[in-house]
Ligand binder design. Sequence first.
Ligand code: NAD
Length: 543
Amino acid sequence: MSAQSPSPDNTPGGPVVEGPFDPEHDPTASYALEPDDVAVLTRRLVATSGRTAEVRSPLNDAPLAHIPQSTAADVETAFARARKAQVAWARTPLEERSAMLLRLHDLVLDRQQEIIDLIVWESGKARKHAFDEPLHVALTARYYARTAKRHVGNSRRIGIVPGLTRVDLNHVPKGVVGIIAPWNYPFNLALIDGIAALAAGNAVVIKPDSQTMLSALLGARLLEEAGLPSDLWLVVAGPGSEIGTAIVERADYVCFTGSTATGRIIAKGCADRLVGCSLELGGKNPLLVLRDADIEKAAEGAVRASFSNSGQLCVSMERIFVADQVYDRFVDRFVARTQALTLGATHDWGNDMGPLISQAQLDAVTAHVDDAVAKGARVLVGGRARPDLGPYFFEPTILEGVSPDMACFGKETFGPVVSLYRFHDEADAVARANDGQYGLNASIYSQDGARARSIARHLKAGTVNINEAFAATFASIDAPMGGMRESGTGRRQGAEGIRRFTETQAVATQRLVRFAPHYGMSDETYAKVMNANLRLMKKVGRA
Ligand code: NAD
């Protein structure tokens, strides 16, 4: 990929990439994919509608690309092709699938700058937050390459008759996994779940969010370069309300990441067909600062927790509960650190925050802050849009005095807005943190790790980070990640993150004895012998 004038290959039906950015950040230059890149990038996109949809950069609202759009019939075609390809892939030795993932790992690290450039163009996020995405993909690819055999390789279970009943477990791939992905982490959320699905022997049909198709298409292209056979990873493009349903109607398993409202629709569709789904949904995540916390560390963590990717992060913190004894000191440091953040619409590493993704997102964030202020909340920092920096900028905002009648008290803002609350005793803090319908992520700052871990058990959250905001659990790929309550169902990462894409099959081989009376034994005697066996098994400690 390079900076150049719009390519002569920008024909109708193919993606036309044009924009004001190049890797040198010259605002007068155009950005375009090279002709070969254009062809390769859309190789796995199934889109015959003849329509295109524009992708614009949130950095300055300039057009970046026109993406060919798919129809419901294209979704059907994609599933048919993927289903055919999956048969051979399921028979491909796990070692070969893993080798492909290790090649992907290297490719993602080698091509990191190109990937980050595209993510910044497309999502507007600060470069240091875009960096997290290829990093997470590489970690995930290596993890499943090295552990798939442990998680989904054949294993044994205890048979009913010791030595005579052998039980083997097979983890049979579901078939074709349908992935519906959001825009906030457009590269890694387009890849990490699918990497696990592929490792388990499935094919994937993915529908990325329309606002961030290019990052997802680059992911598909890298999989192809890593040697993934054709048709095992196909992309469709279009609004969720149109072609999302077509995916839910055909997939053998649906992996959805997005809002709780859409998650409910997906769950109902899957329930109708009796297919499984994992739903990674929204949150209103709490961070607890206990009285023995290291205040400087807590303030640093709270800034990252609240404002990474401009707060458009499912695991980011929107509520901070601080112990009375340290409240003033914490607020002082948190406010100072937030005031020091730099906002900018450039590609360099210097920015702490970029813009929000869109006008809709800016409107939603503005509405939450305006509503809180109108009802009496105090703004300690920020509180307003910054059109002087770019069309969708909103300042990192800290609120005090937020009450239950305000929208931002319990509803997810999904922006750079966080509310501060004081607490007197920890049981009260835990109860308030557990208030509401969500349960995705939580964080505790305390110098007493054991006490913090015991408090964690009482928090209704799928992940709890101690002395860290979200990265410790999210980057620990062996640790399952997902939500309780309305934050979702199912887990990504770890053994749970790959086994969800398989059906567990038990195969029992019986030798010598059978489960019926032998040698003229009556049913009654057989029952007595079986009962005696059960008592013996208990006595000798069998499970
Ligand atoms: P969204 O639900 O509107 O969209 C997500 C995806 O679903 C998009 O690809 C969209 O096209 C598709 N979609 C929309 N309507 C659909 C339908 N009826 N059928 C099928 N697909 C449909 O979500 P959003 O508001 O764009 O994304 C932000 C939300 O995602 C936030 O709530 C955030 O917390 C959540 N999120 C959660 C995680 C997680 O891991 N838990 C990660 C990132 C984002």
